[in-house]
Design a protein around this ligand. Structure first.
Ligand SMILES: [Mg+2]
Ligand SMILES: [Zn+2]
Length: 138
């Protein structure tokens, strides 16, 4: 099955839409670099007294990584006390803001077809019988 690529712009819109529903949270998108500083994160805002800075990247795309400059900017914000992170989905943003526990998904190390969304790994894969499981990157 061919997976449609998800554009970073779409991820930005999803995250902003989700964060706007959180009471007491303000989120803004940085536009371009003409008036701003190159490499500063895509999204910023505040929640419960904490300033946050999120660099948005595409999900399921290993080529979509922070640049050296973006990493330096995030680190500068972090040292200044901001909550910072690279986010690829709504859940990433919610986890960083403490709004949702990190979701753990186990994948069968035998057949790699069985997925088990739970904090604890299942005892045995119902598909292939393997007892080895690995945590899947959320
Ligand atoms: Mg980005
Ligand atoms: Zn299996």
């Amino acid at each position: 099955m061919r997976r449609m690529p998800v554009l970073e712009k779409a991820v930005v819109h999803r995250i902003m839409a989700a964060l706007r529903t959180v009471p007491g949270l303000v989120v803004r998108k940085r536009h371009g670099t003409v008036m701003g500083l190159a490499g500063d994160p895509d999204l910023y805002g505040a929640y419960r007294g904490a300033h946050f800075e999120f660099e948005v990247k595409r999900p399921n795309d290993p080529a979509s990584q922070v640049t050296k400059l973006q990493a330096e900017r995030l680190d500068a914000w972090r040292r200044a006390g901001a909550v910072v992170g690279v986010v690829r989905c709504v859940e990433d943003a919610l986890v960083l803001l403490g709004l949702q526990p990190k979701r753990v998904v186990w994948i069968c190390a035998g057949c790699r077809k069985y997925h088990w969304p739970s904090q604890d790994a299942p005892a045995r894969c119902p598909l292939c019988g393997s007892i080895r499981f690995e945590q899947e990157a959320a």
